[in-house]
Design a protein around this ligand. Sequence first.
Ligand SMILES: C[S@@+](CC[C@H](N)C(=O)[O-])C[C@H]1O[C@@H](n2cnc3c(N)ncnc32)[C@H](O)[C@@H]1O
Length: 703
Amino acid sequence: MSLYHETAAILTSSGGATHGGSLKSRIFKDKSLKSPPAQVYALALETSKWSAILKEVVEAADLLKYEKKLTPALSILLAHDLLLSKSGIALPASHGLRVSIERHKARLNSEFVRARIRRKCATLDALRTQVEIEARGGCPVHPRWIRVNTLKSTVEEQLSTTFKGWEVVETVADVIAAADFHDSKTGKKGKKVIHIDGHIPNLIAACPGVYDFTKTEAYKAGKIILQDKASCFPAYLLDPRPERDGDVMDTCAAPGNKTTHLASIVHSRVVENDKTVVFDGRGKKGKKKAGGDEKTTIYAFEKDPNRAKTLQKMVKIAGSDSFTVVNAGKDFLKVHPLDSKYRNVGALLLDPSCSGSGIVGRDDAPTLHLPSAPSSSGPTPSKAPKGKQNNKRKSPPTPSTDSKTDEPPQKVLIDDDGLAIPISSQFELESRIASLASFQLVLLQHAMSFPAAKRITYSTCSIHAGENEHVVLKALASEVAKKRGWRVLKRGEQVDGMQRWDVRGEHEAMQVEGVTEQMGEKEREEVREAVIRAYYRDDGRGVMGFFVAGFVRDGTVDDPVYTSGVKQDEQEEEEDPEGPFVRDEQGRIVRDENGIPTLKSTGKKAVTLEELQGGGGGDDDESSVEYRVEGNDNGEEPYQRDGEGRIVRDEEGLPVLKEGRRWKVVRGGKAQEEEKEEEEESESGTDGESESEDGDEWGGFDD
Ligand SMILES: C[S@@+](CC[C@H](N)C(=O)[O-])C[C@H]1O[C@@H](n2cnc3c(N)ncnc32)[C@H](O)[C@@H]1O
């Protein structure tokens, strides 16, 4: 099959919206293609951009009437290459398709000139510019953002290598403006200009479409990473500092842009402070931190095993594998916060799956205009696409055709995992957002429960308040946040570049039923001002739609359930230095007349008199603390008595045993005691007396 047949099949395939996402991904994932996917994609994209004009030309020239074997899609693909491609039709001169279009060359050319004049364009260049702008549906140009990976390079090095000869301009807006430049001599679009970002360190905005950075040595060596400016906010806002935050966790990490950004920041902090650090893992890079042996590890989790492979590759290429542990295929929600591996995790980055509604260029196919069937003769100039209709993230990736205008295209929400979810109503959209938001909140609360955590960033590439401000407000109102003292990282406390970023939370998003009623106006405004937004807009900022919020706690407020896994009362029993017994005001253990202590947990006596007299185990509740009197069992009671017949007690009030008698304290109940005795017998062959000596601890009473 020829390039043209394959491309026509892609452009007109039905169900594309729900079967594989964007035009680009449909083409590059199509294993049945014989032509190079890049060539198919370029032809499909460019023809779609020009299709409104090509449709007019083909119809006016009556091409489909004369060439019955051509389909509408084939006709505009061939017309595109005939009229606009420098190399012409990519087929042998004798090929039937080529012959069928070239014999109409003169008429097609003159209709093309007429179409240009109708659009009031004096030159082909002017028409090109108009087509480019229309193809974006009036949406802004998006710069190519490049993060210099400071683990491997510096901005200075990149300026003198990758960007050698590029002009450095003052603003992002200048970079955007350069994209519409068209060099009439070379026929090339855009200019080689860059801007060094003023908010995020080591970030460069380059004019898009001028250069394929994926082909550069710097990209292949991991010296530069293609990452949108807004997507750099979370790691920068988290601002992990080895000496303050210890280990760092990236909870939802693939493909790894933020993981590698975190690594770069951690590393630069160490260098900046002129302190050295031991990086964990197989680190050859490690240096000792001044005055200590702390280690910094970045733990990255990715539940999707395939995406985790990309993460692993990225971490390696970026040069951070020596101190990044990739937990491939591991669900962050299944990571136990009390797992000792993570006891030093002080900073967590949470960038969970979201609706992806802020992503730029997700739907990359401009609306396709196909010529009408031959019966409807005569030119029917179609209107050029207006507004944002061909750069909408929720519109179907399958291009609509003019002949189907009576069927409104089904909307598709392509999330940031690349999953295409058909959305046919506002209700469906809201349900999808609500379900994502509830999951995002669970993840955020889980992050908040790590014992040493003091800083968290939560981010999405969504523009919906439901996934953004609302999740933040609900998280702040949650039990874990309250019990552990989590609060929002206020604007004034943020790293410099984020303080200066002036796009903040949405006013109308600051009300959440059942959550914000208890908050004062000032508190709500503080949260709104603290959270950071970015929009894909024609505002000169050149960023994608994004949201990020920081959370902090100072650690003075905490709940033991989040540090030791036990509730306060349980912890008192376990860790109370006074032990599990009730004490009086002077700190003495409260005992009954026989000196038997009372347990705090049950209010019952720790042992019964019968037990003290050697009678065996107590009830189940108290089975973890059993006491036996052993030795010289001659039938007499084991305690010493004074002249008045009272049991003699030591300073703690414990009965003093007669000579030859001793206490045996058994922890863990009767079953364990029996087990222990069996073991003792089999090991030593003694009657356990000597073990009893060893075990003659007063642990049960003293601690
Ligand atoms: C928005 S993407 C992360 C992008 C990444 N932070 C970056 O900047 O390159 C969300 C990722 O989280 C993963 N994910 C979702 N839920 C997860 C979970 N419970 N545990 C671990 N990974 C999860 C998804 O598979 C997806 O790869």
